[in-house]
Structure formats: structure tokens, C-alpha cells
Design a protein around this ligand. Structure first.
Ligand code: CUA
Length: 357
């Protein structure tokens, strides 16, 4: 794409207010936006729509707990309503207190022992599910992924495949007959985050200087939305994660595309050189160039991603230009500074980044 084409694509720069407004709208409705996307659909996140073994187990446990507590609710509420009706004040009551019961061993034992038994049952059932999920050994077929929580985005690394990406986790489907689960190693670069994709597994805290593990084995292809589940600062709510579950062939295709070096189109040399001369390269990596920063997301295949800013806005050339110009206009609090480039330089850098497919 030459610069005129970029200008045509990007149109006139919009006001910061307009951009902020559209960012806010998108942040709120990323799922709807995602669902409207061309060939990608995303399930509304719900613990009642599980698509992976740990999430199935959690739903089962939740139903058991709801069942037991539901019966307790019905008994307590039923007795309360009965007492209110049966013993309500009537005309002709003589106003005396009813007989008071003190020190009944039977009653006190009943209301102590029964709740303890209920709590013990809930504890044992929960412990059984926790151990069943946590004690699964990692099989040799398992895919290994390292996820690093940052303020406010997710770094995603496939150490054995040599892939680094951000905010969009791609995994193969796991056939129950021949399981190919994905084991995730969770780390934090700054504060405590929490990794949560409700339809795939439970929450797992992401803690600085500690490594946590979690696994998923999604059984149907599709898109699943996750969200940081531990308050981690201003953009905690703007820290989304999209998981795409592929068939084995599609996953291999995706991995091959990600493993390819960054494109280096000759006509975008000006943009590439400008990018390399700016402070961008201190924070961002583009494989095969001198940019090797690790503070911000890897941009080698930036345009293969669906959103920028960890789910707050769609990944379009227009939004990338607005982001480089002033990230805070789209994601207030984002740690990337406004680049303060001239409109011409902004076009050049945008054209280069937009070429990174
Ligand atoms: Cu990261 Cu909340």
C-alpha cells in the first residue's frame, strides 16, 4: 500500500472525542463487535456453556452446590412463610407471650450438626473436583503456552513453536478420544492479574514472581472471550483475551503463518526505517528487524490480530493510526506514550505496521 492509498483508507483524522467515544462503545461491546466480524464468532462468556473439561467440571460442581443450597433455601423460606401465616397476630389474641423454649439439647444439636454435615459434604465434593482438575499430568501431546499478564494486555508465547503474540490465544481442538490439551504457564510482569476464560476453565491468579499452571482441552472450534478477573489498575476492564479454537489442520496453518518472519515489502522501506529510528523499538519486537523490545506486544504479525489494546478496539488501519498518535484517546491509562509524529510520519509508520500480516 502506498501512502496515498493509506490516506484514502484512513480518511481524515477524527477528533480525540470521537475516537474516545468509539473506543468506549467498543470496549463495552467487544463481544457484539466480534460476533459481527466477518468469519469469526465468539460465544457470550458463561460458566453454563462449558466447552472444555475443567469448565464442565466447574458447571457440574456449581449445579450440585446450587441444588443443595436451593433445598436449604426452600426449607428455610418455606418454614418462615409457614410461621408468618400460622402464627400471625389475630383478633382476639390475649397478648401474652407464647411458651419459651430454653436449653433444648435436641434442638441445639440439630441446628449445629446438620449445617456442619452440609458444609463437610460441600467441602469434600469441592475438594474432589479441585484435585481431579489439578492433578492431571501433562501429556507429551500437550501444547505448551506461556501467558504473561501485563498492565493491561496479555503476552502469549509458544516456546516450542517460536511464536510470540498478544491478547489472542490460538489452540487446537482436543478430540476426547485423542486428547491434545493445552497447558498454560501463567506469569505476571507487574501486578496480580487473573486469567479467566469462563467456558474453558476456572480462574487462576497470575502473580508476580510465581508461576501458576492451568490446562484446557476445548472440544469444539470457535471463539471464546476471557477477561482479567483481578483488579489490576485503571484498565483492568480493558484487559480482554480472545481464545480461538482451531481444528488441528487450521491450527497448524495458523502456527506456520505466525512462525514466518515479518514481511519486508520494498515499498514500505521508509516506514520501516522510520519505525526503527523511533522509540517504538524499545518496547516492541518485530522479528527479523532491530526491534526487540519486550515491554509492549510483539508486532511481527500485528494484522493477524482482531483487536488492538487487548480487546478495546477493532484492529483497523484507522484505529492503528489513532493508537500510534495517542493511545490514551482509545484506552485511557495505556502505558504507551503518544508518539507526537507529524501526519506524514504517522502515515508512514501506519502503512508499515498495516503491512505486518
Ligand atoms: Cu489485569 Cu485486571
Amino acid at each position: 500500500m502506498n501512502q496515498d492509498a493509506v490516506k484514502r483508507t484512513l480518511g481524515e483524522p477524527r477528533s480525540a472525542y470521537q475516537r474516545a467515544l468509539s473506543a468506549a462503545t467498543l470496549a463495552g461491546f467487544v463481544i457484539a463487535t466480534a460476533a459481527a466480524g466477518a468469519d469469526r464468532t465468539v460465544q457470550t462468556p458463561s460458566i453454563f456453556g462449558p466447552a472444555s473439561t475443567p469448565a464442565h467440571a466447574i458447571r457440574e460442581l456449581a449445579l450440585i452446590v446450587f441444588g443443595i443450597t436451593g433445598v436449604i433455601f426452600l426449607v428455610v423460606a418455606g418454614l418462615t412463610v409457614y410461621a408468618l401465616m400460622r402464627f400471625r397476630r389475630r383478633r382476639g389474641d390475649d397478648g401474652r407471650e407464647p411458651p419459651q423454649v430454653y436449653g433444648s439439647l435436641q434442638i441445639e444439636l440439630a441446628w449445629t450438626v446438620v449445617p456442619i454435615l452440609i458444609v463437610v459434604v460441600l467441602f469434600l465434593v469441592t475438594a474432589r473436583y479441585i484435585f481431579a482438575i489439578e492433578w492431571r499430568p501433562q501429556s507429551p501431546q500437550a501444547l505448551e503456552v506461556t501467558i504473561v499478564g501485563h498492565q493491561w494486555w496479555w503476552e502469549i508465547r509458544y516456546p516450542k513453536l517460536g511464536i510470540v503474540t498478544a491478547n489472542e490465544l490460538h489452540v487446537p481442538m482436543s478430540d476426547p478420544a485423542h486428547p491434545t490439551p493445552t497447558f498454560l504457564t501463567l506469569q505476571s510482569a507487574d501486578v496480580i492479574h487473573s486469567f479467566w476464560v469462563p467456558q474453558l476453565a476456572g480462574k487462576m491468579d497470575v502473580i508476580p514472581n510465581k508461576t501458576n499452571r492451568i490446562w484446557i482441552d476445548p472440544q469444539k472450534p470457535g471463539g471464546y472471550v476471557g477477561q482479567c478477573a483481578e483488579y489490576c489498575g485503571l484498565q483492568h476492564a480493558g484487559m480482554l483475551l480472545i481464545v480461538t479454537v482451531h481444528s488441528k489442520e487450521d491450527f497448524a496453518k495458523w502456527a506456520a503463518e505466525q512462525q514466518a518472519p515479518a514481511r519486508a515489502d520494498a515499498e514500505l522501506r521508509a516506514g520501516r526505517e522510520l519505525f526503527s529510528s523511533l522509540s517504538c523499538i524499545n518496547c516492541h519486537a518485530i522479528r527479523g528487524t532491530m526491534a526487540n523490545g519486550v515491554f509492549g506486544p510483539d508486532l511481527t504479525h500485528l494484522m493477524s490480530r482482531w483487536t488492538i489494546g487487548a480487546g478495546v478496539i477493532q484492529n483497523t488501519p484507522e484505529n492503528i493510526r489513532a493508537w500510534i498518535d495517542d493511545p490514551a484517546s482509545l484506552k485511557p491509562g495505556a502505558l504507551m506514550p503518544a508518539m507526537k509524529l507529524s501526519p506524514g510520519d504517522l502515515d508512514k509508520v501506519t502503512a508499515y505496521l498495516v503491512s505486518l500480516r
